[in-house]
Ligand binder design. Sequence first.
Ligand SMILES: [Zn+2]
Length: 439
Amino acid sequence: MIYYCGQIITLAEGLGVINGGAIVVNGDCIVEVGDYDDIKGKFAEEPEKKIDGLVTPGLINLHHHLYSSLARGWNPGVAPESFYEILKNIWWRLDRALSEDEIYYSALIGLIDSIRCGVTTVVDHHSSQTVIDGSLDLVGNAFQESGGRGSICFEISDRNGAIQSLAGLNENIRALQKWRRGDDGLISPMCGLHGSFTLSDSTLEQIASRTGDLNCGYHFHLLEDDCDRKLSVSQFNSPPLDRFIKYGLVNQSTIAAHGLHLDADEIGRLHDTGATLAHCPRSNLNNAVGVINYEEAFGTGLHIGIGTDGMDGNCLSDALIAVLLCKDRTANPNSGFQEVADSLMNINGFAFEKISGQKVGKIYPGYKADFVVWDYDPPTTLDNSNFGAHVFYGLSQARVNSVWVNGRNVYADHQLTTMDEAAIRARCRELSSKLWKRL
Ligand SMILES: [Zn+2]
């Protein structure tokens, strides 16, 4: 199929922005992109479809918690005064209460909201500490049925006892064996861990020994708040990153979320592993834990991507906030823009490729056919020299019109094509009100 587009921001080196361009898709992959007339000459027999609007690659969210979707508007009845209290009184209560139905619908509505924000790949970190066995099938079903791409994992933690911790490890292993890395499907599993401060040495050792030959990436929280360091040192005599490195859980496919309280030496050692840090500034601000000194960490060569950490599906919103925070912290209006653009437009896709073996995030031959059509008629010239400004200041405020994932048109003219969205939203409201009463 040839998609004839007005304007394409390819994010691919050497191609940049194409006016009057076309994308040729074969199955789930892009096979050609370029000038429409050239492509029409080369693929004369191929059917074509016209796309109105600006086209970009699908965005990638490097750290999300789809299980948080039904918490929006819930009043937990307590006012947490620290990050630890936020976890204890809000998220750990929620993740113990979730039923099978609630897990599935949380994931589903979270993915639909992501698609509506132009996000076609979600790296999810799931927690449901009562319904553990089979929970990743429910999340996986939500990906398959909505048509979104991503990574899944289960949050292993000792906070509810050894039985749940072991069940969490088993659930990750089951998913890693079911959806193999490098398969062509929508789901690429990882092994999920909470944070160092809720994981004993024996649990880390068990995770390492049982997943060592599965060739997987690990997805965990790292120094989101300084309590992680204090509790890790007091309970386990070692700071968080040292512990994860000691057990071999930090590899080039690893996603470490946050890293706000990494010191310079730790940033250097994390960089040496090839792992990617997921910067989630809106969540950090929302939890009042501060934000990482992004420009300094980025300057060391550390791979930093962008995620939303359960706030919502809109990682372009996090990218914009990341830029503004850099400018504010450095009191330099030139700071942050190029770096965050690199995080959003290059590093996120590179990190996902290391997790999954799949190329996403660019419109280029060999990449997955994941792309987005925006309701955005540029009010000023948009070309190779300035498309980043249109992405951050224009698309971040624009509506998504249509979305393709894996060659499939999952969202068309502001409507989900894969499922009945209105019925899903109604069911989510029904489930959330019952969930909140139980909580
Ligand atoms: Zn998180």
